[in-house]
Design a protein around this ligand. Structure first.
Ligand SMILES: [Zn+2]
Length: 253
């Protein structure tokens, strides 16, 4: 039985399953809700299907939002430029198709540049679960060991972890007890520290080790051993320590 790591509730479900279910239930809704009875019966039905699709929307994968956004943004800008420089009716009309092609190329370019990151976020999405009680999203690695060692019997999952990302739990354990210890800071450590600092925000300088890209486990471990990173088990929060923030300031100056 899987429980929510934040509130302990058992009402958790895989995000992709919630999404699929929400999509099919809202499709079913359009074909057959009877409004003949009127009154509270109809409203109850309507509310419940809205709640399902709301949860489904929360549990959608990142998808192609960026490409769509790029396409329309570039399309509008290109169209406006086309209109402003058009000096006769023919070029005025041509501005539309030309803007469409330019926007298509821009969206394609963004899509290609996102391929690697998308694969990583898709893999993460496949492990994501959702808590209906508190709305917490968390990762569950159900088939970690079996997926890592297909048939060979040799455990592929190593504890050295250099050069690879992991789940939030893996990052947490590295910070609480760093496997890789750094005697002194290397240039690579500095680069990772700046990467983390760039995504840290809020008064606690908190950050997500898995987003937008997975951090290097070994680097996280080394930076934690230098006292630059902290993890709070109570709030499940990763943050840049006072010392880490000072180090980043020093590097920047
Ligand atoms: Zn919860």
């Amino acid at each position: 039985m899987i429980r929510c790591p934040r509130c302990g509730a058992g009402s958790v479900k895989k995000s992709s399953a919630i999404y699929d279910q929400g999509i099919s239930s809202s499709r079913g809704r359009s074909s057959g809700i009877s409004y003949s009875r009127g009154g509270p019966g109809v409203w109850a039905g309507r509310n419940s299907s809205e709640r399902i699709s709301g949860a489904a929307a929360l549990n959608a994968s990142a998808g192609c939002a960026l490409e769509v956004f790029t396409f329309f943004g570039v399309f509008v800008v290109a169209l406006l430029i086309g209109f402003s420089i058009a000096d006769d009716v023919a070029s005025f009309i041509m501005a539309g198709p030309i803007a469409f092609v330019i926007a298509g190329i821009a969206a394609l370019g963004i899509g290609m540049s996102q391929t690697k990151q998308r694969a990583a976020s898709q893999a993460q999405y496949d492990r994501q679960w959702y808590c209906f009680k508190c709305g917490h999203k968390f990762e569950v690695d159900l088939d970690g060991a079996s997926a890592d060692s297909p048939g060979t019997g040799t455990p592929m999952r190593t504890t050295s972890g250099s050069g690879s990302g992991g789940s939030r739990a893996a990052y947490a354990s590295r910070i609480l007890s760093p496997v890789q210890r750094a005697k002194s800071e290397t240039e690579r450590d500095g680069t990772w520290l700046r990467t983390i600092a760039a995504r840290a925000n809020g008064e606690h300088r908190s950050f997500d080790p898995c987003r937008p890209t997975a951090l290097d486990l070994g680097a996280v471990s080394r930076l934690a051993s230098l006292g630059y990173l902290t993890y709070d088990q109570q709030t499940d929060m990763f943050s840049l320590s006072e010392k880490g923030a000072e180090r980043v300031m020093k590097m920047a100056s």
